[in-house]
Design a protein around this ligand. Structure first.
Ligand SMILES: CC(C)(COP(=O)(O)OP(=O)(O)OC[C@H]1O[C@@H](n2cnc3c(N)ncnc32)[C@H](O)[C@@H]1OP(=O)(O)O)[C@@H](O)C(=O)NCCC(=O)NCCS
Length: 256
């Protein structure tokens, strides 16, 4: 039986719309600009700003965003995103699968607290700092972007905030983050520094980005570091990784 075109249901159809880009035979447009012109005239950082925000950055915003990318590009082999990526490569997977596995590990306690921090800052910009910190501690809720496994002062934050001050990008969210750090220390009796996630969370808000986009900045940057590690694993290491140290703590000698 042949079904006439007019008899086909059409409700399932969804419209695909985008304000980001369009590629055609004649031209590729990104946020309204011709891709060839962008390729000739813009840096990668400027083009990232444009693609994510829909507008061109000022010179100072470019310097700030570039610094954010450089500061989070890599942080050693020990972190979960790199060890997982390298293990995935060593097990004989594709390069892209290994990189994706590494990126997939980013979470609230490693590289993925930026959105939590940005949302917390956004929600509490007009609140009493003493009160919000007290509430978090009482509810046993860790404030995203504060504290670090090895740092009491995160040098990456210090550098980024200095660059922000030099480039007119240190705004009300960076100030709020600094005040929360001081209040946390007062109430917890120990320094829980603004870590790299917290610094980026505050900075991207002061740059005018949406908090729901916050984790993208770390992902963009750390992908480069992970690619370098995956390539090193692929070209310089033997196949297959096994834990060199582990301890069996289960029972032994059970009989069936
Ligand atoms: C990064 C992190 C996992 C380090 O944890 P850690 O090594 O266990 O932290 P510490 O040993 O320095 O501190 C533990 C104490 O500080 C508190 N604490 C740590 N980070 C806190 C935070 N961000 N907000 C509130 N309290 C926090 C803990 O609740 C704990 O309190 P307790 O001793 O009363 O139980 C932790 O600080 C955290 O979860 N931060 C929030 C998430 C984040 O920013 N992740 C990105 C890391 S780059």
């Amino acid at each position: 039986m042949t079904v006439k075109k007019s008899e086909l249901k059409t409700e399932w159809k969804t419209e695909w719309k985008t304000e980001i880009s369009k590629a055609s035979k004649d031209e590729t447009i990104i946020r309204g600009y011709n891709l060839e012109e962008l390729t000739n005239k813009l840096t990668f950082t400027e083009t990232i700003f444009l693609t994510l925000k829909g507008e061109l950055p000022t010179e100072q915003q470019t310097k700030m965003l570039n610094a954010i990318f450089v500061s989070s590009i890599d942080h050693g082999i020990e972190v979960s995103s790199v060890t997982v990526a390298r293990c995935t490569m060593a097990a004989g997977n594709q390069f892209n699968s290994a990189v994706a596995a590494g990126i997939g590990t980013l979470g609230k306690y490693h590289g993925g607290a930026i959105e939590d921090c940005a949302k917390f800052l956004e929600q509490n910009i007009n609140e009493n700092i003493e009160k919000i910190v007290k509430q978090s501690i009482e509810n046993k809720k860790r404030i995203g972007g504060f504290g670090h496994k090895i740092y009491t002062t995160d040098p990456r934050t210090q550098t980024l905030f200095e660059i922000a001050k030099q480039n007119n990008c240190f705004g009300k969210y960076c100030k709020l983050a600094e005040n929360i750090e001081l209040e946390l220390e007062k109430q917890k009796g120990k320094k829980l520094c603004i870590n790299i996630d917290g610094a980026i969370g505050a900075l991207i808000l002061d740059l005018g980005f949406d908090s729901t986009l916050a984790n993208a900045f770390f992902i963009i940057s750390r992908t480069v570091g992970i690619c370098a590690h995956v390539h090193e694993e692929k070209t310089k290491e033997k196949l297959v990784r096994r834990l060199s140290e582990s301890e069996y703590i289960g029972e032994t000698g059970k009989k069936l």
